[in-house]
Design a binder for this molecule. Structure first.
Ligand SMILES: Cc1cc2nc3c(=O)[nH]c(=O)nc-3n(C[C@H](O)[C@H](O)[C@H](O)COP(=O)(O)O)c2cc1C
Length: 364
């Protein structure tokens, strides 16, 4: 298999990112994207991403150091841009429901959290101080001044869009590339700027529409699990793919056993979108918590209040290995999950993509 088979549009972006193949392991805050996973991915010629949205500045710094001890290849760091909207509090019905779940788990009732001790700017400062080559973000757009600062220091900045309107805003803000997050995607929706409610556009429709509208590279994301998904994304106009769920079952990922078991036994219909865990729509494998909150979704608090309210429930469930109350984030392609080391998965993805592209053009 030749190593140089990628189309020119793809090669332009991989060259800028300093990687060999157009595969980005998605940042997965909350445990899955361990420094070991990020480094193994980057050492294999793809781009590893560390999701540090939930971490305080000191911990972000130590995670960056761990990655740097394990690789000298480029990697990216990912943060959550805070909402500027006024926060909404949970309804009494939601609080009662959470109390019932807490009682069942034998823990204290959830309390409305106080203000955080650090903010987005504190987190970003660590990234700037530690010479991280690539910065990606979701849930919004940082101030133009911050993006300019990153750009001037040679950092590549990548934003997340869930519709064309958001993609255009990201391009105008000075981003170097855009992740087009289709509604198949596992984890949180990156939605921030749509004037049309909560966009739920599948990747097959979103990627070409965004690629037609912006001049900067588009990175397809959502439901991509193998070489067929990568080849299809390139055909749609993407310059790379960002894959999360496919990496959850890698040996180096930080995924607790009950989550992994549910992932590996999932079906095409196993995932749903829910606001119940965090206050923002996110896709995960259906469980008792999601089902039990279904009729209360309208009353959940906004992010990050709802996320704090459910934290003890989620953490206790993790300790007790109880998948009924854990957030089992995964995308619609979860049933195609495969257990490999990161290096093996990346080599397989590249050779599968080559085979698909070749088979599609052999009779031309
Ligand atoms: C467990 C999990 C955690 C995630 N955490 C983040 C995150 O911290 N930051 C981010 O930008 N995207 C996050 N995402 C979304 C991914 O960037 C990406 O859009 C998604 O994984 C693509 O869909 P797929 O899972 O079907 O590949 C997460 C996804 C998963 C599955």
């Amino acid at each position: 298999m030749p190593t140089d088979f990628w189309p020119d549009r793809v090669k332009v972006l991989t060259k800028r990112l300093g990687i060999d193949c157009p595969i980005i392991q998605a940042p997965m805050a909350g445990g899955p994207s361990t420094p070991e996973l990020v480094a193994a991915v980057s050492n294999s010629g793809a781009l590893g991403s560390l999701g540090v949205g939930y971490l305080p500045p000191e911990q972000i710094e130590s995670e960056i150091h761990k990655v740097k001890e394990l690789t000298n290849k480029p990697f990216s760091i990912n943060l959550f841009v805070p909402d500027r909207d006024v926060a909404s509090q949970p309804s009494d019905k939601v609080l009662n429901r959470l109390r019932e779940f807490s009682e069942e788990l034998g823990i204290d009732a959830p309390r409305i959290p106080g203000p955080s001790k650090y903010n987005f700017e504190d987190q970003l400062a660590v990234i700037l101080e530690n010479n991280v080559p690539i910065f990606s973000f979701t849930f919004g757009i940082p101030d133009k001044v911050l993006i300019k600062d990153l750009f001037e220091r040679g950092v590549l900045v990548i934003g997340t869009a869930t519709c064309v309107e958001e993609g255009v805003l990201l391009e105008q803000a000075g981003c170097s590339a855009i992740i087009a997050q289709g509604s198949e995607a596992g984890g949180h929706r990156g939605t921030f700027g749509s004037t049309e409610g909560t966009p739920m556009i599948g990747g097959l429709a979103l990627v070409p529409q965004l690629a037609d509208k912006v001049k900067i590279p588009v990175i397809a994301s959502g439901g991509i699990m193998d070489g067929r998904g990568i080849a299809a994304s390139i055909a749609l106009g993407a310059s790379a793919v960002q894959m999360g769920t496919a990496f959850l079952s890698c040996e180096e990922a930080g995924v607790p056993r009950p989550w992994l078991d549910r992932l590996l036994s999932s079906k095409d219909v196993s995932t749903v979108l829910t606001k119940a865990f965090s206050g923002k729509y996110a896709r995960g494998i259906k469980n008792r918590f999601i089902d039990g909150m279904l009729s209360f979704e309208e009353g959940v608090a906004s992010y990050p209040i709802q996320n704090s309210l459910t934290r003890l429930i989620r953490n206790t469930a993790k300790e007790k290995e109880n998948s009924d109350f854990m957030s089992l984030w995964a995308g619609q392609g979860s049933a195609m999950s495969r257990k490999y080391k990161a290096r093996e998965l990346i080599n397989l993805l590249v050779s599968e993509t080559y085979d698909v592209l070749k088979s599609m053009t052999s009779n031309l």
